[in-house]
Design a protein around this ligand. Sequence first.
Ligand code: SF4
Length: 187
Amino acid sequence: MLRSRFLRRYSRAEENARAAIEKYRGTLEIAFVQNDYLTGEPKPCMGGWGRSYMCINPAGEVMPCHAASVIPGLRFETVRDSALGDIWRDSPAMNAFRGDDWMMEPCRTCPRKEIDFGGCRCQALLLTGDAAATDPVCSLAPAHLIVESALAGTNSSDAVSQPVHASSFVQLQQLSSELWSYRMNPD
Ligand code: SF4
């Protein structure tokens, strides 16, 4: 019931996004990404940490994804100091979640680890406080209740109830507002 109600809302949002993509095609590129909590299966975030993608920010820092700087303790090497190939291959940040050595159960022995590579590290950090935790979007994750609770709150017609780990969501909102600014609908 909860999921079907959410799916209806999601379908409307997708229709609106696709209409906007058509409307602004050639003028503005709009990327529409399906929410990973729709299926209960994480996405292969960035195709897996340090597997095929890197981005370089204006300071020259090389990161496995544009949001990786939310993870405390990662130091990103810069192309001003080292060759890009060396950074890609050897930098501690690019290697932090490469492969499966970092994984805990249930990811470590899960057959899907070759498909989703354990999901999103930034999402795991922001929702659980631990970047190495199983992505809470996964229905097998010990912290999956956080996502279910958030969905229940979003879909409630009553006053929104507090998610299980409210502090994590506060942290998420604070970090998000520091990292990204959202533009108004151009209509
Ligand atoms: S347990 Fe880990 S590897 Fe398995 S589906 Fe969930 S996130 Fe992916």
